[in-house]
Design a protein around this ligand. Structure first.
Ligand code: NKO
Length: 205
């Protein structure tokens, strides 16, 4: 149990690394918490017009979600699904409430994607494809994230037996992640309803 607790804390710290802020600082860009949606995430970094910075943010924030789980499985090979579910949640919550940014973090989309890659790569592919289809049709990153967040746990449960064997604990973790994603997008949801949400490709104000 002590090892599991240590791995959960480690996952939280890994999830806390804010790549939007780190990448922006390294590339000499403005802090993403000062413009656009003020969100430290790939979508908002893209509002600077710098696609490389946005891609690096997406990659870094996803990689940390994947890495936290990979590391836990590596350090504790016999780790059970419940402990693994806690590690996944901890990495995600680290991104939302990072100790390094005074607990004011991002919305968790990219980090959730990294978690999915570690749990079940095909689930990650299906969820990312869902995000992409909505993003291409509607040009709203937030709407695409919300639809993907809804479908990821659904795919996980209904895909079980076809491409993978679902673990109840991980299903619960994905559902909690999905609910937290909706909660973190509440300002976006209000803007979508009012028709004032900014579309992908529009620059910062
Ligand atoms: O600035 O408030 P904003 O408009 O930036 O940003 C809203 C946006 C915030 O998220 C991001 C990250 C963008 C990542 C894009 C690729 C994600 C593709 C896969 C989605 C995976 C969802 C996982 C759900 C797990 C339950 O939303």
């Amino acid at each position: 149990l002590a090892i599991s607790v240590a791995l959960v804390v480690l996952a939280y710290l890994i999830g806390s690394v804010p790549f939007a802020v780190v990448v922006s600082k390294l590339m000499g860009l403005q802090d993403p918490r000062s413009y656009g949606s003020k969100n430290p995430g790939a979508t908002n970094v893209l509002r600077t017009g710098n696609k490389t910075a946005a891609a690096l943010t997406l990659l870094g924030d996803a990689a940390k979600g994947w890495f936290a789980i990979w590391l836990a499985e590596r350090l504790a090979p016999g780790i059970g699904p419940v402990a693994l579910a806690c590690v996944a949640l901890a990495a995600f919550i680290g991104h939302l409430y990072p100790v390094f940014l005074g607990f004011k973090g991002g919305k968790g989309v990219a980090t959730a994607l990294g978690v999915l890659v570690a749990i079940q790569p095909w689930l990650a592919v299906a969820t990312a494809a869902t995000w992409l289809i909505i993003a291409i049709f509607f040009r709203y990153s937030s709407l695409a994230s919300l639809v993907a967040a809804f479908f990821a746990p659904v795919y996980y449960v209904f895909g079980s037996g076809l491409a993978w064997q679902a673990q109840p604990a991980l299903g619960v973790a994905l559902a909690i992640i999905g609910i937290l994603l909706f909660y973190r997008h509440r300002a976006n949801i209000a803007r979508l309803i009012q028709g004032t949400e900014s579309r992908i490709g529009s620059k910062k104000k």
